[in-house]
Ligand binder design. Sequence first.
Ligand SMILES: *[C@@H]1O[C@H](CO)[C@@H](O)[C@H](O)[C@H]1NC(C)=O
Length: 182
Amino acid sequence: MGIPLPPCYLTLFLLLFISFNNVGHRNLVFANDALIEAQCHNAEVPETCIKCVKSDSRSQSANKVGIAAIIITCLSNKATTLINNMTTLASGARDKNLKVALRGCEKGFYYTKTNLIAATNRLKGKEYDQTNLLVKQALEEEFVCKMKVEVLRFNFPSSVTFDMGVYEELSTAVMRIVDRFV
Ligand SMILES: *[C@@H]1O[C@H](CO)[C@@H](O)[C@H](O)[C@H]1NC(C)=O
């Protein structure tokens, strides 16, 4: 049973409630920008990390684990782009060895995506060592691809080299973030 309030108090109460709610919401948004920046701070390239996290609509309500999950999603999206690029490059390659190497890259990035799905599940299960192990294995696929193509003296188009660089930066970023959960 509530105490009956005169209508003017009720209005005042409602106004106060609405304004507190707005302030609270705004603070929450600022607080999360600070959290995202703090989490990305120890990455080699914080800007790449921040850009990835903020591009995801989940970022404004994400905690530390949520931020790590977003970075793994960015990695998976990059891997998809790289699969497409390797497919295109492989079909255009005239040199047989290069074609084989690029098909290998394509398969490598498929494997990477499988690993990243597993990494997300481990992260949800709070198995942080396993999360990082899977992210590291996925990164190794990228290194193997780069190495096998480099020995054939093929240069990737600059946008592909750039995306591979972003892939490496995001991998180290998420591993450093997850390392601090343990
Ligand atoms: C790489 O793949 C992306 C996504 O499919 C595409 O937008 C981009 O043009 C591709 N780049 C090259 C160099 O093939």
